[in-house]
Design a protein around this ligand. Structure first.
Ligand code: SF4
Ligand code: SF4
Length: 165
């Protein structure tokens, strides 16, 4: 996975469009209207929090050394060939022991209590261009899907423009 979902914290307005799009992308119908009437309500895997006066989106970083993979006693949490950390479609099923929930430093793994499995960002929401649903839905560009070095280069350019011009 050479692209990451990176966050421009200064651009988040807290509209929660990303949360909604994530939930819809993980619904059976994949539509907002259909999702509202589904028996099992779809669950979001990105979280927008209020911290002081700021709105802060939090999502899985798909850590290079992922504590959730190390902690998964069942062997369900794994990394795909694309670099996505997930407990879905692996060799072993998730047993809902919540070890991954306990060790994730960002708190971005939640429970699906009805099925007793852990839920997390699985990137099963990409469109034809390979862009995640949350990124597509963000109206302000607070979520950026791209290479880390390219993101950093943009930030340097912005800083230099403000500092020197
Ligand atoms: S779920 Fe948490 S610990 Fe696991 S890869 Fe994502 S951010 Fe890292
Ligand atoms: S969609 Fe964008 S602006 Fe709205 S809450 Fe999510 S990150 Fe913030």
């Amino acid at each position: 996975m050479n692209k990451e979902i990176l966050i421009r914290y200064d651009r988040c307005t807290g509209c929660r469009s990303c949360e909604l799009a994530c939930a819809v992308a993980h619904s059976a119908s994949k539509t907002l209207f259909g999702a509202l009437s589904e028996k099992k309500p779809p669950r979001k895997r990105i979280f927008v929090h209020q911290v002081g006066s700021k709105k802060v989106p939090l999502n899985c970083r798909h850590c290079a050394e992922a504590p959730c993979i190390d902690a998964c006693i069942a062997g369900a949490m794994h990394r795909t060939a694309e670099g996505v950390v997930t407990n879905e479609d692996g060799e072993q099923p998730c047993t809902g022991c919540w070890m991954c929930v306990m060790v994730c430093p960002y708190g971005v793994i939640r429970s699906e209590l009805a099925e007793k499995i852990a839920l997390k960002c699985d990137r099963n929401c990409l469109d034809g261009s390979g862009t995640p649903a949350c990124v597509r839905a963000c109206p302000t560009g607070a979520l950026v899907y791209g290479a880390v070095d390219s993101f950093a280069a943009d930030r340097r350019q912005e800083f230099l423009s403000k500092a020197l011009l």
